[in-house]
Design a protein around this ligand. Sequence first.
Ligand SMILES: [Ca+2]
Length: 350
Amino acid sequence: MVKRVLRTTTLPLLLLPLLLPLPDETGAQREPRRRAAPAAPKPPGKGGCCEEVRALKVQLANVSSQLEELARKQEEEVRSLLRQVLDLDQKSRLQEARVTEAESKFSELNGHVEIIRLQASQAATQTSADANYDCASLYNKNYKISGEYKLPADMFLGTPELQVYCDMETSGGGWTVIQRRKVGLTSFDRDWKQYKRGFGTTRGDFWLGNDNILRLTQQPTVLRIELEDWEGEKRYAEYQHFSLGNELNSYRLLLANYSGTAGQDSMRYHNNTNFSTKDKDNDKCVDKCAELRKGGYWYNCCTDSNLNGVYYRYGEHTKSTDGITWYGWHGPNYSLKRVEMKIRPQNFQS
Ligand SMILES: [Ca+2]
C-alpha cells in the first residue's frame, strides 16, 4: 500500500500508461485523474485518502510517540515522588526517634530535679534521730521517684553520708538497692576491703558495701532479688527475713521465708554462711570458692547462686561456672543479663 501511494504521487502523469499493466494498479491509475481538480471534495473510498491516511498515520505515530514520552516522564516523576515520600518517611521516623530519646532524657532530668528540690526542702527536717534512714523512710516522706538519693550521715552510728539508688516503683517501692549487674564493665572480683566499703556507681553496676548493708538492716528487713535472662524474661526471689552479722562475724548471712518466681530457692544453700572474698576464705569448702567463682559472696561449697560472679555477654554466657548464676532457674552454666538486690523494712507500707 505504501509503495503504491509513493508511485502515484511521485511519478509524472506521462508515465502512468507504463504503470497500467501492473496487475494491482487499477485503483492507483484512477486516482491521479480525480486529483487533477484540487478544489473538488475528496470522496471516500479505496485509495482516495491515501495521502491523508499517510499524514494521519504520521500524526498518529507522532502523537503516540509523544504519549509514550509523556508516560515515560510521568512514570519518572511518580518514581521521583515515591523516592521523596520514602525519604521523608525515613526522615520523620528518625525525627520521631530523636524526639522520644529527648523526651526520656527530659523526664529523667526532671525526676532528678524533683528529687533535689524535695531533698532541699526537707533537709532541715532530717536529723540523726532518723536512725533507720533509708529509701523506705524517704518514700514515706513523699519521695516517690526512683533514682539516686543521699542518705544523711548518722551521728549516733557514726556513719557517713551515703549515696543510694531507690526503687520507688517495684512492688510498692521503698527499696534501697544494694547490688546491681547490668552493664558488665565493673569487675566484682574484689578484695575484703572493697566489699566492706562498696564499689561501682549507683546508676550502673555496684555493691553498696557490707558495712552499709549492715547499717540498713538494723530493723527486720525484706530482701528482693530480681533476675533477667538473655531472652528478656524476668524472675524474682523474695525473703521476708534478711540480716547480716557484723564484720567480726564475717557478715554471716541469715535468710528466711522465700517466695517468688525464680524456681528453686538458690539462696537457701548460702544461708548461715560467712562472706568470702579472694583474700578471705571463709567458705565451708576445701577449695577457695571466691577464687573459683571470682566474686565476693556467702560461699558454701561453693554455689547454688553466684550473683557477684563474672559478667558474661550473650554468646559467652553459657560457657563458664564463674558467671552470674542462679541454679534454680537456668542452672550452673548460665550467666544472667541483669540482677538487682534490694531491701526494705518488713513493716513498710506503701
Ligand atoms: Ca575454702
